[in-house]
Design a protein around this ligand. Structure first.
Ligand code: PAF
Length: 316
């Protein structure tokens, strides 16, 4: 398959490396020329518990250098989705599809506004990845990928075929992908995981597994998750509370050594996805007339961390 991964962060590098190694035609698109040059020189090294491998990568800053793409996979920060959509709106050929594999809520909707809902797929992953430096990623938790498109009769046969083909391609690459009917529930479940883990790890500066070692931490995590589950229910998504708390703990365990994406952002002094994760819960709760005090505090604390960055921040 011809695949263009947009964004050379931890998940972007992980996908690009696995898919390239499996023999797919993969390009990695990045707006920063200096980083593109480094990626072209170094390729991508994946450092995993099960295996370590290196692959050359076709990195570019110019869409015009990519001959054809069946699917663009967005792995940029959720806060950048609107900018990426506006930049690529007229540049992406009409036959190409897009998949958002980003954290947070609202990415699919933003992309659909520019490209039409039939061309946009949504996905979630439980793979844990940490970017060690440009082009070097630790595969810290072996997870899965769930993919879904527009449900029901709105989805064309061509879109369905692309989605199935993508899942098969990812499976051949060893990425454990599934096409699901109800991607919305999966996106909510992923949001709940990020709500429980990301802000807390960023505030405390600890790997995911550490959250399970302190009862007070677990308590905050459980309460943040409970608020998100209530908001989900207000939005018509039925998630069960004890199961969701257990699931978030299980992800903490399976990605115990992982540095969450939000902590990685804080360490690099980059804007975090707090507004699309805990902040999104707070906004949705308010619109439903619900309270979300734990998520409010977590959101405020992460914004406080961002406000304290040094001016020269924004490291690669
Ligand atoms: O954002 C992250 O870091 C990941 O989604 C997860 C699953 C919390 C693992 O670190």
């Amino acid at each position: 398959m011809n695949i263009t991964v947009i964004g050379p962060g931890a998940i972007g590098c992980l996908l690009a490396a696995y898919l390239t190694r499996a023999g797919e035609e993969v390009s990695l698109l990045d707006y920063r020329l200096k980083r593109v040059t480094l990626l072209q020189d170094r390729g991508i090294a994946v450092d995993g518990e099960r295996e370590t491998f290196h692959t050359p990568i076709k990195a570019t800053a110019y869409l015009t250098e990519i001959r054809s793409t069946d699917i663009f996979i967005l792995c940029v920060k959720a806060s950048d989705t609107a900018v990426v959509a506006a930049t690529l709106k007229d540049a992406i050929p009409p036959e190409s599809h897009l998949l958002t594999l980003q954290n947070g809520m609202g990415n699919r909707e933003k992309l659909s506004e520019s490209f039409g809902s039939d061309r946009v797929f949504a996905g979630a992953t439980s793979h844990g990845a940490t970017l060690l430096e440009v082009g070097r990623v630790r595969h810290a938790g072996y997870g899965e990928i769930w993919l879904g498109g527009t449900s029901g009769s709105n989805s064309s046969q061509a879109s369905q075929a692309i989605l199935q083909n993508l899942a098969a391609t990812m499976n051949r690459a060893g990425l454990q992908a599934h096409v699901v009917d109800d991607i919305e529930s999966i996106l909510w479940s992923k949001l709940v995981v990020n709500v429980g883990i990301n802000a807390l790890t960023a505030i405390l500066g600890v790997p995911n597994g550490e959250l399970l070692k302190t009862p007070t931490c677990q308590n905050i995590m459980d309460r943040a998750v409970a608020e998100a589950v209530q908001v989900a229910s207000g939005c018509g998504i039925k998630l069960q509370l004890p199961e969701e708390i257990e699931r978030v703990r299980a992800v903490c365990n399976s990605t115990a050594v992982n540095i969450s994406s939000m902590l990685q952002d804080v360490q690099r002094q980059k804007k975090t996805e707090i507004d699309q994760i805990n902040g999104a819960v707070v906004r949705m709760a308010a619109s439903l007339g619900m309270a979300s005090p734990v998520n409010e505090v977590l959101t405020a604390l992460v914004r406080g961390l961002e406000a304290g960055y040094n001016v020269e921040g924004d490291k690669p």
